[in-house]
Design a protein around this ligand. Structure first.
Ligand code: DOR
Length: 421
């Protein structure tokens, strides 16, 4: 297969040029100008952007147990439509991912679907109940890449300390959803809409306190903590402080927190409800700045599907927003607004997540697996029944016109998604 004349952007390989990419079998065979090979299937991608496949460190596939929201097949269709070739799936399934059997179920099913790479995360605690550590050794052996109780923060500091120590021994890492339950009981940001409506709040300090605790534990244990979905400006300052002290910390942000504030809830109601919540404009701007400065390492979608009946009144609604298909359009909008460059986007969606999971052969270079995403920066489309691959539709962007579209995703040399172009 030959991709001809696209703008190839890969900051890890120091590439930003109009180039051809030759793929043979599962691997990239050559990258350069004027490549011509007899018998190759040629795709003219002039005017399009070609990048190393995106990697999402935070996806809820809901399988096993909640397949009315999503399942491994629909989730992966959504992932490749969004340009992702590797995803990490969260363990808040039913049963939770705390046994080797459940890990095997996910790995086997993902292999059968064979659309992109799926790396399961195991639960930090048994049943995600926060009381007793899961058997992390066994889960690692079964194929877990990292550990998290996502959705449920690990409240117990001693458990978190032990988890970081074990993760270090296993050459793995802990991802934490940071929100201290003792001061986080509500549904939306402690801010304007909360004050206006009286809806119970989730305060930013709930997040900041737990991030500070986890950063201290990471510094002391030298265990790698990955902070999930950072949402407040003070959280950014805390992470910066401890990174500068040399703690092995990485952090992600959800594109929704980069694009929306709490205000959107007035328009879209519970489709804007997520934990941690959408916050204030000053937080949004601090998060974007943190991405540019490398304080936050990457974006991760926290794709969290829920059925329409679970997204009723705010107080009764499940938290979460789907995001696999809208991550790139949001990032491109931030580029158009002058906040980010194309290089930043690839660094944040591809290079840095690869570094965090120690994926060494990711990038556009001869010999590496052919995991590539081709997109059109300006193509407009609407996320609706006809374009959505998820089983759910819980997003503030539902039926809104958006700009920037993946037109081809290649995983291990095979076209796994092809859009109109
Ligand atoms: O809003 C959220 N929904 N935040 C999480 O951390 C979990 C997620 C879910 O699983 O629905």
């Amino acid at each position: 297969m030959l991709l001809k004349g696209g703008r190839v952007v890969d900051p890890c390989m120091n590439i930003d040029d109009e180039l051809d990419i030759l793929i043979e079998g599962e691997r990239i065979r050559g990258v350069g100008k004027g490549i011509n090979v007899k018998g190759a299937e040629v795709f003219d991608v002039k005017g399009k952007v070609v990048v190393p496949g995106f990697i999402d460190l935070h996806v809820h596939l809901r399988d096993p147990g909640q397949t009315y929201k999503e399942d491994i097949e629909s989730g992966l269709r959504c992932a490749v439509a969004g340009g992702f070739t590797t995803i990490l799936c969260m363990p808040n399934t039913n049963p939770p991912v705390d046994t080797a059997e459940t890990v095997k179920y996910i790995i086997d099913k993902a292999k059968r679907v064979e659309l992109c790479e799926v790396l399961p995360c195991g639960a930090v605690t048994k049943g995600r109940k926060g009381k007793e550590l899961s058997n992390m050794y066994l889960l690692k052996e079964a194929g877990c890449i990292a550990f998290t109780d996502d959705g449920s923060p690990v409240q117990d500091a001693l458990l978190m300390k032990r988890a970081l120590q074990i993760a270090k021994q296993l050459d793995s890492f802990i991802m934490n959803h940071c929100e201290d339950d003792t001061i986080s009981y509500g549904h939306i940001n402690e801010g304007y809409i909360h004050a206006l409506t009286g809806i119970a709040p989730r305060s930013p300090e709930a997040e900041e306190i737990m991030i500070a605790r986890d950063c201290i534990l990471s510094l002391k244990t030298e265990g790698h903590i990955h902070i999930q979905h950072v949402s407040s400006s003070l959280s950014v300052e805390i992470i910066k402080y401890f990174k500068e002290k040399g703690a092995p910390i990485t952090a992600e942000v959800n594109p929704m927190h980069l694009y929306f504030t709490e205000e959107v809830i007035k328009e879209v109601g519970s489709n804007g409800k997520v934990n941690p919540p959408l916050r204030k404009e000053e937080d949004r701007i601090a998060l974007i700045k943190a991405l540019r400065e490398g304080i936050i390492d990457c974006v991760a979608t926290d794709h969290a599907p829920h059925a329409p009946y679970e997204k009723g009144f705010i107080e009764e609604s499940m938290p979460g927003i789907i995001g696999l298909q809208t991550a790139l359009p949001i990032m491109l909008e931030l580029k158009r607004l002058g906040y980010l460059t194309l290089n930043d986007i690839v660094r944040l969606m591809s290079c840095n997540p690869a570094r965090i999971i120690s994926k060494k052969d990711h990038g556009i270079s001869a010999g590496n697996p052919a995991n590539l995403t081709v997109f059109d920066e300006d193509m407009e489309w609407i996320l609706d029944e006809s374009t959505n691959y998820s089983k759910s539709r819980n997003t503030p962007l539902w039926e809104r016109r958006i700009k920037g579209k993946v037109i081809m995703t290649i995983y291990m040399g095979k076209i796994v998604f092809k859009g109109k172009y």
